[in-house]
Write a protein that binds this ligand. Structure first.
Ligand SMILES: [Zn+2]
Ligand SMILES: [Zn+2]
Length: 221
């Protein structure tokens, strides 16, 4: 996928913000202190667009830490904030995903996949994998991990619960089970397994009764 965002002169970006409708304009209205707390509980999750924006405080911190100088050429003043992991690939407007650049450097990075990847790997080394995640991304990521862990655990305990009946059938048959036989067991629920297991147990018991002990008859002949 090609890099989708392009740098804009900061002045123009600001003008656009002021003239746009919706969220940004609403935020300009002063909210009384008493109302802020109530509103914070009713705020819906920010959308993809907002999550890609670098908040002013984040930009201010980035400028301070880079002394206002372009972090690529380290010569001229930085005038833009680059998403190291592109917005178009869900890179968020978080501090660990921000790089202060001058226009020419920003333009070069945006249009050169190799350079883009260079900075991605540099940031990965610096901040760890998924450095472009915001809080919501991390929450979702951990929820998914947890769900996957549960699925794996259930699968494993299901497999373990089948072990006794597998061993029983395998020893009754005198051979290891074939894949399609294991699959058949896996399709049964716990109740069906119990019925099946009881049946096999009865068969094994009758077999044992009828079995002539080894060596019987040899000494009498
Ligand atoms: Zn530069
Ligand atoms: Zn950029």
């Amino acid at each position: 996928m090609a890099h989708q965002t392009f740098w804009k002169p900061e002045k123009k970006a600001k003008e656009k913000k002021l003239s746009s409708f919706g969220r940004n304009k609403k935020e300009k209205k002063p909210v009384p202190e008493w109302k802020k707390d109530i509103l914070s509980h009713h705020q819906s999750r920010p959308g993809s667009k907002e999550r890609g924006d670098f908040p002013k405080e984040v930009i201010a911190e980035l400028i301070e830490e880079s002394n206002g100088i372009c972090e690529c050429c380290k010569i001229v003043e930085a005038t833009t904030t680059h998403h190291v992991y592109p917005r178009g690939r869900k890179g968020r407007g978080v501090k660990t995903n921000g790089l202060r650049l001058c226009w020419p450097c920003h333009d070069r990075i945006q249009t050169n996949e190799e350079l883009l990847q260079f900075w991605i790997s540099a940031f990965r080394d610096k901040y760890g994998d998924r450095f472009w995640f915001d809080e919501q991304d991390w929450n979702e990521y951990h929820q998914k991990q947890e769900a996957q862990r549960k699925v794996d655990q259930e699968k494993q305990s299901r497999q373990e619960s089948l072990n006794p009946v597998k061993e029983l059938i395998s020893s009754a048959a005198g051979r290891s089970l074939k894949a399609k036989e294991v699959h058949l067991l896996e399709m049964m629920d716990a109740k069906q397994i119990a019925v099946f297991e009881a049946l096999i147990n009865d068969i094994v018991r009758i077999e044992e009764k009828h079995q002539v002990p080894f060596g019987y008859g040899h000494f009498d002949d």
